[in-house]
Design a protein around this ligand. Sequence first.
Ligand SMILES: Nc1nc2c(ncn2[C@@H]2O[C@H](COP(=O)(O)OP(=O)(O)OP(=O)(O)O)[C@@H](O)[C@H]2O)c(=O)[nH]1
Ligand SMILES: [Mg+2]
Length: 411
Amino acid sequence: MVKNIGVFGRRNVGKSSFVNTFAGQDVSIVSPVAGTTTDPVRKRIEISGVGICNIIDTAGMDDLGEIGNLRMEKSRAVMDRVDLAILLFSENIFGKTELQLLEYFKGKGIPVLLLHNKSDIMPLDDSLAQELNGKFSADVLEYSCNLSKEETEEEQSAVAAMLLKLFSAADKYAEKPILDGFVKKNDIIVLVCPIDSQAPAKRLILPQVMAIRDILDNGGEAVVLQPSQLPDFMNKAEMSDGGLNVKLVVTDSQVFAEVNKMLPKHIPLTSFSILMARAKGPFEIYLDGLKSIDNLKSGDRVLILESCTHHTTCEDIGRVKIPGKLQRYLAQKNGNDDFFLEFDFVAGLDNMNLDMEYKLAIQCGGCMVTKRELVNRIEKLTERSVPVTNYGMTLAYLNGIMERVCYEPQR
Ligand SMILES: Nc1nc2c(ncn2[C@@H]2O[C@H](COP(=O)(O)OP(=O)(O)OP(=O)(O)O)[C@@H](O)[C@H]2O)c(=O)[nH]1
Ligand SMILES: [Mg+2]
């Protein structure tokens, strides 16, 4: 995916000069007159490590008068579209204009690179750099558009490396929509939501609501039904003119096997917990973690991570269901009726005892915590080579349905 990188700042700080030196071409007009750039100027470039990006030069955000306002409106429209912002300032002037821009981007979760330009005429003040770093955890780099070819190349690589770092961090923490990539306009997505004793009274649970919202956002059609209604709906779907466009069936994990039996094999099937793990967790790590289940030996220690403490169903899954199923599965697999595992449970975001030698950690869906919290916690384990997987995926694996589960959109 092409990434949009916007270059922002007040007038005359050298935004256009930066775009030209960074792109290695005369893309934008440069002049000592404040307000030279009027409309956004975009150039497609390849940044090493990052890939193809649109770099967008904008008008200064401290412009004056009616025309100035019109110019800034155009820049503001760009602000909403960028995946990353480069905020240029010079001569150690970091005032209201810069602060407002920085706060806007931070508020939207858009990564920002602060670039102190014109460092050839005035280097960046150490105390200002420290202040920006401390207060906003923003990275500041020195830059100058007036350097020799060699120095410019060095500067470019430093900027490219920083952009890569910022993009990777943003990617790591970005929560994807629950059906990311699965729904296109007019697609029908069937959501199987059993209303049984475990369902909360008079409402749906968060992953179900998130899925409905995501389908609506993408112009798809949500069909919400209980398991018993599925065969009827599928029949009607097949009988209708040309067949209905059922792209995916998402079911509650508890009834996966039942739904699987009722559903024609060519219709992709997945579960809410798999989708949650994919949207919210480090999914590749979870997939990898699953492979460690079969390597567990009797007496090994497994860590169960419950990120919420209030949900009785989750508690039951983490404390009773998974330990029981896991031990039964391994007892059978190893032909050892006495097979046992030691389990430790950590609730909320409480500290884990990392001195323990865990052979596997199983994380809950994490519907009550942010992805950042989840990823940071899991990284502490992967750094110690503890494999990590998640509740829904473990259950799917133990039930032998991981192969039927669709977790990537079919193209
Ligand atoms: N010494 C020095 N001058 C620079 C540097 N970068 C830009 N300039 C000069 O600063 C002036 C403004 O540069 P521009 O690139 O047009 O600045 P801008 O931010 O695009 O300005 P607007 O489009 O008016 O908002 C020009 O005279 C540039 O030559 C730099 O790194 N060092
Ligand atoms: Mg300009």
